[in-house]
Design a protein around this ligand. Structure first.
Ligand code: AMP
Length: 288
């Protein structure tokens, strides 16, 4: 597995891989601290018959002031071992100064999908995400890219950026990978102490109750929100950030849930912010 740090070199390395293999390139961008959720993206791009390429880059411009940029885990060697074992051909891992020169002034701003949910709680976050993903797409030039549905608003943002900016990239949006008890895997779960880890399950449990309620026929967003809010309210270390029912296509609130909508939620557990969602698939299946 090749590890490339220099953005000036990555295009040549990828082009060589493309020619040597005779296969298209599949790409999974990450911030490292890899877990099974990330590895599921690698598997998906492998199964699609593409050469798997990953990036590890903790993107400074998607973190707000006071967020966890400095303390974000960076177990780089372990990450590389896991990617190599997963069959990744090349890892792109630039330094911040190589991605953003001091005179960087151009950003990608989406003006509807990113306004609510995490977008309104983390100003500038999705501008940072869209900008870095477009830069990574331009450097790697993948045929296929994989993102996780755990970050649903982000996945929809990338899908919309591909549509609106005419990128020639096929997008795979992969299912949420969970711990055995249901907690959505996240690099930030490592911040949780034992009691916080136990209580963090309220997010999944709230959404699971919402799923059951939906399966029994409940469609009113307000009622479903109450269920999630109640579950989170029962934990002393947890504080609701938001829970909303939104349409997948524009991430705007809906009064009734149905195919193509989701219940998205964020919760603070002590100092750690976690997100998760319940997706109502186009054929009406409530999927966690
Ligand atoms: P991150 O390293 O957190 O920026 O995540 C990199 C990619 O992995 C994003 O596309 C995430 O949506 C995806 N991802 C993170 N956690 C999970 C998970 N539990 N299940 C599926 N995909 C995930």
């Amino acid at each position: 597995m090749e590890i490339v740090r220099d953005p000036a070199r990555i295009r040549d390395v990828i082009e060589r891989l493309r020619h040597q293999s005779g296969r298209p390139i599949g790409f999974a961008p990450t911030m490292g601290a890899l877990h099974e959720g990330h590895l599921s993206l690698i598997r998906a791009i492998r199964e699609a018959g593409t050469v798997p390429v990953a990036s590890i880059f903790v993107n400074p411009i998607q973190f707000g002031p006071g967020e966890d940029f400095e303390r974000y885990p960076r177990p780089f060697e372990k990450d590389c071992e896991r990617l190599e074992a997963a069959g990744v051909a090349c890892v792109f891992a630039p330094a911040s100064f190589q991605m953003y020169r001091p005179d960087h002034t151009v950003y990608v701003v989406e003006e509807r999908i990113t306004l609510g949910l995490c977008g309104s709680r983390r100003p500038g976050h999705f501008r940072g995400v869209a900008t870095v993903v477009l830069k990574l797409f331009n450097l790697i030039r993948p045929d296929l890219a994989a993102f996780g549905r755990k970050d649903a608003q982000q996945a929809r943002l990338i899908e919309k950026m591909i549509e609106d900016l005419n990128l020639e990239i096929r997008l795979l949006i992969c299912p949420i990978v969970r711990e055995a008890d249901g907690l959505a895997m996240s690099s930030r779960n490592s911040y949780l102490g034992p009691e916080a880890r136990r209580q963090a399950l309220c997010l999944f449990e709230g959404l699971k109750r919402a799923q059951e309620s939906y399966a029994r026929g409940e469609r009113r967003t307000n009622r479903i929100r109450e269920i999630v809010i109640e579950e989170i309210g029962r934990r002393s270390l947890a504080r609701l950030d938001y829970v909303e029912g939104v349409a997948w296509h524009d991430m705007q609130p809906v009064r009734e849930l149905g195919p193509g909508t989701l219940v998205a939620a964020a919760v603070w557990v002590e100092q750690t912010r976690l997100i998760d969602n319940l997706w109502i698939s186009p054929d009406g299946e409530p999927i966690l």
